[in-house]
Design a protein around this ligand. Sequence first.
Ligand code: PMP
Length: 333
Amino acid sequence: MGITRGFVGAVGNTPLIRLEHLSERTGCEILGKAEFMNPGGSVKDRAALGILLAAEASGELKAGGTVVEGTAGNTGIGLAHLCNARGYRCVIVIPETQSAEKIDLLRSLGAEVRTVPAVPYRDPNNYVKLSGRIAEEIPGAVWANQFDNRANRQAHADTTGPEIWQQCEGRLDGWVAATGTGGTYAGVALYLKQQSEAVRCVLADPHGSALHSWASTGELASEGSSVTEGIGNSRITANLEGAPVDEAIRIDDQTAIDVLYDLLWHEGLFLGGSVGINVAAAVELARRLGPGHRIVTVLCDGGDRYRSRIWNKEWLQSRGLRQPERQQLGSVA
Ligand code: PMP
């Protein structure tokens, strides 16, 4: 790979990891794009960089300017790193329900963090809408607007999609991922379908999100909730709009937790909650397609950001979830 230029140069070009045990158990090749290896620790470094470069290119973001965003954490973390690297001020609005690790990290990185109550999107005080208003009030500020700014999915169509296609040497049968903004799922799905119509694009969804219903019946409807962070939505964002969706798979939290501990005990990978949804959906897609297929998903971020939550037995119990015992772990496939 040679020498890269600063933080920006280190974003992307992540390994595509064959999940050995799950591949063996399913008879399919299950591959995870190692986005937790980005310099800011998550898949959102790509979106943050794409949004920032687009704002610089359009002239909207000028030297010494301010970047404002409403974020569940990872986009803010990516933006905070990038703002340091490029000399901008960073203002982050985050729901207070997000993990303390992410909120603390944002502060350590030098972002100005405003925690706000978690209220639905229809409420004018929703963190996303609030961040838009704050951006309007600060002179010289730009609103990253990751949900509806298509520079987000474009970053994935330009980098994540082509990397996956090249790493697979054009041989893959399925792409499956959960969506928050929709940037990762849609950008990759649009690119892969351009290369081959035969690649099956599957949207994974936690409970409490309306997207499984939307993809299956056309109606936005949800029930239940999820302990996963950064995924699920009650609406179709500009980033998700028009993306190919061949089918959807809904995963419950206990299944996702079981898969996450399985990935740690059997693959040595310590990952975040949304990865449990993604990999469990990849296993379900393997079951639906049958042996002999190659399926790609995303390993969005690492487990460190959730040590007080999904990696904590008492916290899991407080949410009615069971921490799997290492020796009791059977096959989740
Ligand atoms: N997983 C995690 C942990 C995230 O923070 C996000 C972003 N909110 C996603 C998955 C989903 O990515 P996207 O916004 O590209 O849909």
